[in-house]
Design a protein around this ligand. Sequence first.
Ligand SMILES: [Zn+2]
Length: 817
Amino acid sequence: MYYSEKQKGIKKSIISLAIIFMMLVSMAVVPVEAAVVPAIDFKNVTGEGKDAISLSDKRNFEAVLVTDGSISPDEVVWAMVRKAGAQDEKIFPHKYLGGKLEDWKVWNTQKPYFTNVATEKYSVDGKDALKLSFSTEYFLDVNRVDSPRGNRNVILDHTGDFTLTCSDLSGKILGQATVKVNPYDDYRTHKELEEELLDAKAKADTINGLYIDVLSVGKSTQGYDMPYAVISDSKASVENYHKQNKLAQEDPDAFIKKINSGADYKIPVLYSNIHADENPGVDAPINFIWDIVNSFENGGKITYNILTGFTPEGEKQLKLEMEQQGIHWSELIKDHVTGLGFIKAGNKTSGPVDLEKYYTVESYTLDVNELLDNIIFIVVPSENADGRTNNVRQNGNGFDLNRDNMFQTQIETQNMTKLIAEWNPTTMIELHGFVSGYQVEPCSPPHEPNFEYDLFAENGIKSGEAFGIGAIANNSDFNSYVMALRDYLVSDEKGNPYWQEPWDDMSTNYTPQYSMLHGTVAFTIEVPAANQEATKSLEHGLIHHGAYVMENKDAFYKNQLTGWARGIKNIDEPAIRDWYVDVNDNIGAEAEIFRPKYDGNNNFFPECYIIPLDGKNQSNIEAAYAMQKFLLDNGVKVHSLNKDVTFGGTTYSKGSMVVSMYQAKRNVANGALYDGILITAWPDLYSEPITAFGEMRGFDYTAIDTKGLVKDNMLTEIKVPQTAKTCFTGETGGEVIIDNASVAAIAMVNKMLSDGIKVGFIAEGDYNGDFVVSYGNFMKYQDKFIVKATGVKSIAGAQTIKKPSIYIPGFAGDYSV
Ligand SMILES: [Zn+2]
């Protein structure tokens, strides 16, 4: 809705501007020259691509200017210039303004960017003309704009509209044309991307059986909207899905029965990007939206190539390459993989392969009406609007958002994870770059233990291969891909299987792995390069992934529902244990390490967690309440004790928070709260897998593993996050001891010191390490910081703290661009 209203606002202001402009025109004298500069006819004559300059493609162009016949080719000068950069001057102060054609150079070299430049006499419909021909080189000296990495930032200084001018030797402009310079044809700036989504919606509004809504996930750190599109066959379908989503989480078994008896339903599929300088990952999902919209000009059909099998030559080559590289397909997956798309045919990376030689290549026609009968697409072109605007990896705070999906310290990840918790995508793909082998997931082991991995594996592998097949069969540059779970098990020195490459899914700080806790079949795709072919390949990967999910919708949704049903009954599924292999791929060898069981209930999951919120049992009140908000925002049900209860000698007060493991989103809750595992036998992991919020954020919690101890009649559901308050007990009027057990306590003391208030540090006795201030001073700050504090008449042994001076050498944001 947000975007529709905004669009109306823009239209209104355009109308009022137009009125002002007409008034000005009627008053002003229009200079004669401005109106009569003849237009140059500018064309891309390469045979492919748009009539625009692409920084990552070599192209041939022609520019034709009709003249009066009096000027000869050696009496003109051609230039491509502009008065201002296309981007915000504050972000891109070093914009390139162009110059004569010979002034343009391949970046960081003295090589001319425009080559084969020639002007000749020409004629157009019998009229005299001049024709300029020229070619372009690769602007970064390679056919991509992502490499070398440091050069990604120069791209937007050169992107945007330029004016191609033809002047005589006196400098008089004889003709001009607007020429767009783009990193590759389908590249869009963040602003262009927002406009295009609205254009696609406007076109969809005119098409029967197509519904697009453009919304904002929220604001980014730098205040940009994070736009997303919802694509379905009608608004009613989207509303129905939200009802279905609620019911399915309440009673997943009932919904499975409905599916078995042929119910009509749709599932949500999410496509997104997070590292915004991995550019094709942003543009491909927008192309995908246009493919859907434009298919209706063709009866709702999209036709493309797929690989359906191996030729005899292909069978031989597959076997040969697997042997040469020592690749084993794990016993756990070998029945699910086809290997289609594996063959590199002599390339070290994903490169051109004679697909017809090795595979049966067939044309496939996707019926978009059928697709939208089964799937609702949620497309977030980039979660990182700051990064797209600045063409960098990080958000405006200098954070890598793809290390923050579980921690959720940044507004972008908070917005995105809320969207995931709200929609429960059945499957999702996040598009990244750049891995030269063209990497598709599922990930190699070890796997995060809170996944219902046995439910994920088959659909993950098969839909991963479907993505790969669509991606490589419809472009000329990238005709093979690798899949981590399929291809990274290699022979060690003795010839035994060995998981060499760390491309694991242990960390839930990546968006796909976070969403797997919700039962989503999710993965990351790593495209090899940033250019047009790479963008096209991702686009076709998404299309064929969508087609595969459509054909296997029941299997996908039933598995997600089964995961939730396991949650509601707190089932510890034995079939998961096989997937916890050791580094030599021995099945189930590390199940005890990854999924140890509690003694009390013989289950990897406890019965519930109790997180006290009162000063008696909770030392970090602020963090405990923050945990409550986190769980509610992430779709987890939270309760509180409606009376005091005593378990194992500890009395938990009425109001203490209870997180039951008997709920659909049990895996999300346990993923946040379980205390992690010590991994020693794996040589490397891709990134840090520790969450364990109780330990890492320092609040008190207890995992209860005795069945039946916490009964339903002891619990009241908390639906809205409660407001945290400072907990003060003890005597008033004397001194107050501030429990030094939270960030809030330190922040309170720092603020007091900076306000000139006397603060003591206790270095002995029961309160060793805590702070002390007067009761009067404490009361002035007690509602600004959430702390635990105890009032006493007086306390001995405190030392006055001096206000510290701290040197902070800038912050990451200053160095991030
Ligand atoms: Zn990335």
